[in-house]
Design a protein around this ligand. Structure first.
Ligand SMILES: Cc1cc2nc3c(=O)[nH]c(=O)nc-3n(C[C@H](O)[C@H](O)[C@H](O)COP(=O)(O)O)c2cc1C
Ligand code: SF4
Length: 421
């Protein structure tokens, strides 16, 4: 999706601020000149202190997993001749924030990569992103800079799994962008057998600001549990789809307002993207976007993807379409993922589109149980999460389908002949 309609709220815009409205941290423009005018040169901060500031800031990864960035830096540092990779693959179809950042604020990401590299003692730096992003403003930004360590560019293919950490290491090593089994962790043995830091581009942009303004500044926005700000990509039934920046713990209601509010009535929100979980409305509107508040929904802020489902749309069909897409994204290396995900997607599809029967609903749940905990990466786990969430959240819709009707106007899913509706 496009990030053109970026919503720049003056009170919370740090990464994407055009005018430094927060009084100190505005990311400041695409060119090196405007970037330097706003933020000055790279701070000369000692690696140990930078790692301590990032840990004290409570910065968590913005690529989906939400892992504490300070702990990750510590895991790579001190092992010698490390490699640092900025992950801008953004394989999630409903996300546009990394593309937005690399296009609108390339120097902030590049600062973050240089600083993170120093913090872990890296001797090689990589930027991994889709080809069209790499040939955009970030290419010009790299040419403008006089960095001590050059940044090598690696093209990320447009697959869902290409941004998974071990797949990133594979791609940067010149192999196919598919995951491999860990341990050993890439922090111990990654590219060329070296300790490797893989960090999302947004995480690195925050790190660049923390290096300049400190942990206390970072924590001035957000909550104790979710400090700082994060980028959100809004799509679906909203007035102005796009990217916005909000403080941690902002309610879903306020997040939707960043996109000009909802279009018509909204039934539910998919939080966390294609590996995420559904939140039912209107109850969910006051939920803050925090791990703790979203846990009962088996959802998490993830990479900051929010998709609004209009009242007239069938959540089962949207969930089944997502499951079908995700099943096709299996890299085919692990049996349960290769065989289990398509089978699971097919049964959910039948529940959504027909012919449906109670046995199919039970079969979808059974297949989720079979695949759970299997596979070399988290792709099966994420797929199960959205499938289970779809069945749970739209249980009333399942009943309607079993009776041959649907809440979406004009749809009548067929029922299995053996099962009399
Ligand atoms: C299937 C799958 C796809 C992923 N895709 C991305 C991606 O496109 N970009 C990204 O930054 N992280 C992605 N991740 C998360 C990475 O594995 C990794 O945790 C992240 O890049 C680390 O950076 P962070 O700690 O700054 O978030 C993905 C994870 C999984 C399981
Ligand atoms: S679990 Fe699936 S996506 Fe992950 S490596 Fe195995 S086959 Fe590939």
């Amino acid at each position: 999706m496009s990030g053109a309609n970026a919503c720049l709220r003056r009170d919370t815009a740090r990464l994407v601020a055009g005018d430094g409205g927060d009084g100190g941290g505005g990311g400041g423009g695409g060119s090196l000149e405007s970037h330097l005018a706003r933020l000055g040169p790279l701070p000369d901060i000692e690696p140990t202190r930078l790692r301590a500031e990032v840990a004290a800031a409570g910065l968590t990864g913005r690529g989906g997993g939400g892992f504490p960035a300070g702990r990750k830096l510590d895991a790579v540092a001190g092992r010698g001749r490390a490699v640092a990779i900025a992950n801008g693959a953004e394989g999630e179809p409903a996300s546009a924030k990394d593309r937005f950042l690399l296009t609108e604020r390339p120097h902030l990401v590049l600062d973050g990569l240089q600083l993170a590299g120093r913090a872990v003692g890296a001797t090689r730096l990589y930027l991994y992103a889709p080809a069209d992003v790499l040939t955009g403003p970030v290419a010009a930004a790299i040419r403008e800079r006089r960095d001590r360590l050059p940044i090598r560019l690696v093209v990320a293919p447009g697959t869902f799994v290409a941004g998974e950490e071990s797949a990133v290491v594979s791609a940067v090593s010149g192999r196919a962008a598919v995951p491999f089994t860990t341990p050993p962790r890439v922090s111990e043995r990654g590219v060329s057998g070296r300790p490797t830091l893989v960090q999302n581009v947004e995480t690195l942009a925050h790190l660049a600001l923390i290096a300049r303004f400190g942990a206390g500044w970072f924590r001035q926005l957000g909550t104790d549990d979710e400090p700082g700000t994060r980028l959100i990509t809004l799509s679906g039934a909203v007035t102005a789809p796009g990217v916005c920046e909000v403080a941690g713990g902002t309610s879903l209601r306020d997040i939707l307002m960043c996109a000009g509010g909802v279009r018509g009535d909204v039934r539910a929100i998919l939080v966390g993207g294609y590996h995420g979980g559904w939140v039912w409305l209107p109850d969910g509107l006051s939920l803050p976007l925090t791990r703790a508040a979203l846990a009962p929904y088996d959802a998490a802020p993830g990479a900051g993807v929010v998709i609004a489902l209009a009242e007239g749309e069938c959540g089962l069909t949207v969930g089944a379409d997502i499951a079908t897409y995700l099943a096709a994204q299996s890299t085919g290396q692990c049996g349960p993922c290769l065989n289990g995900l398509p089978a699971m997607a097919a049964t959910l599809r039948a529940v959504a589109y027909g012919p449906v029967s109670p046995a199919l609903v039970r079969e979808t749940e059974r297949l989720c149980g079979l695949v759970a905990g299997r596979g070399a990466c988290h792709h099966p786990a994420g797929t199960i999460r959205v499938v289970r969430s779809t069945l749970r959240t739209f249980a009333t819709e399942v009943d309607l389908h079993l009776r041959g009707t649907c809440s979406a106007p004009g749809r009548r899913p067929a029922t299995e002949r053996r099962w009399s509706a």
